[in-house]
Write a protein that binds this ligand. Structure first.
Ligand SMILES: NC(=O)C1=CN([C@@H]2O[C@H](COP(=O)(O)OP(=O)(O)OC[C@H]3O[C@@H](n4cnc5c(N)ncnc54)[C@H](O)[C@@H]3O)[C@@H](O)[C@H]2O)C=CC1
Ligand SMILES: O=C(O)[C@@H]1CCC=N1
Length: 273
């Protein structure tokens, strides 16, 4: 990154861990990062990374130029209101990675029209292969947008969305979707076990098939996904039978409905939290 700033993550859980480890691996100075968590046990991992840690969120805000709000949505209001009570928020840039909380809602929690950028990341940020959707309104300066985009580019790919509502689509397609792939692999691994392979062999087959397929997708961006599928599918062969089964069982509709369920849940959360 061209210029570093001090970044504090409030809520040192799975997603903060993925972004912070990804940033440190990418060479972001550990001394410029702090992780805050209300419980100390969660912070041991972060201390090992050499970053600053604290159980005091106010200390985290005092340290930071950029504050990443990384608690679960249901805890965000109480956490932000507590920060605002201590009155140190007005000169900070906030980044929220939470699903289902709008900029307007977060600014209300913080009690000020502070710049708030919404980032919807995913856990592969841990290995520099994340993808994040970003949204900012006109309260955010170009230089703050550039900094946050660079921060997330250090751990993967970024996509700006022009409408805040599109963050919910990013959740469905990217934030939540690593779990869809893990679920699919779990099912494949289980069936390999059922067929009599031992755990190591079952895992090796599914993980390498997935990795090889993913790399083929990434290395052939000029080819449609359906063409890559066709290259595996011999007429009258085994793949054709398996694909026919998926299609007869409505896989496309199932995926569509699952993604729509994720969006609907994000919209419900906007009304609940
Ligand atoms: N896990 C994922 O793949 C993704 C999560 N997100 C968002 O990231 C946020 C965090 O999710 P996870 O990391 O999965 O949750 P998590 O539960 O693993 O981490 C949240 C952490 O916040 C801490 N915490 C709760 N209240 C606190 C407070 N008042 N002060 C300080 N720390 C506090 C908890 O102890 C916990 O360690 C959520 O808002 C979620 O919507 C977004 C994209 C992907
Ligand atoms: O499941 C969730 O609500 C969060 C947002 C995207 C991934 N995890």
């Amino acid at each position: 990154m061209k210029k570093t700033k001090k970044i504090t993550f409030i809520g040192a859980g799975n997603m903060a861990r993925s972004i912070i480890k990804g940033l440190v691996n990418a060479g972001y100075p550990a001394s410029e990062i702090m992780a805050c968590n209300r419980t100390a046990e969660k912070l041991a991992f972060f201390s090992q990374l050499g970053i600053n840690t604290s159980t005091d969120n106010d200390q985290g805000v005092a340290f930071a130029d950029v504050v990443v709000l990384a608690v679960k949505p249901q805890f965000m209001q109480a956490m932000c209101e507590s920060l605002a009570q201590h009155g140190k928020c007005t000169d900070k840039v906030f980044v929220s990675i939470a699903a289902g909380l709008t900029v307007a809602r977060l600014q209300a929690f913080l009690g000020c029209p502070c710049p708030v950028i919404r980032v919807m990341p995913n856990t592969p940020s841990l290995i520099g292969r994340g993808v994040s959707g970003l949204y900012a309104n006109d309260d955010v300066s170009d230089s703050d947008k550039t900094f946050v985009a660079e921060m997330m580019n250090a751990v993967g790919t970024t996509i700006w969305v022009p409408e805040e509502s599109q963050i919910n689509g990013v959740i469905a397609a990217a934030g939540s979707s690593p779990a869809y792939f893990f679920l699919f692999l779990e099912a494949m691994e289980q069936e390999a076990l059922n067929m009599g392979f031992d755990k190591n062999a079952a895992r090796a087959m599914v993980e390498n098939a997935m990795l090889g397929a993913a790399e083929m997708v990434c290395h052939n961006s000029d080819l449609e996904l359906s063409e890559l599928r066709a290259q595996v599918t011999s007429k009258g062969g085994t793949t054709a039978k398996a694909i026919e089964h998926f299609q007869q069982q409505g896989l496309s509709e199932l995926v569509q409905n699952a993604m729509r369920a994720a969006v609907t849940r994000a919209q419900e959360m906007e009304k609940t939290f």
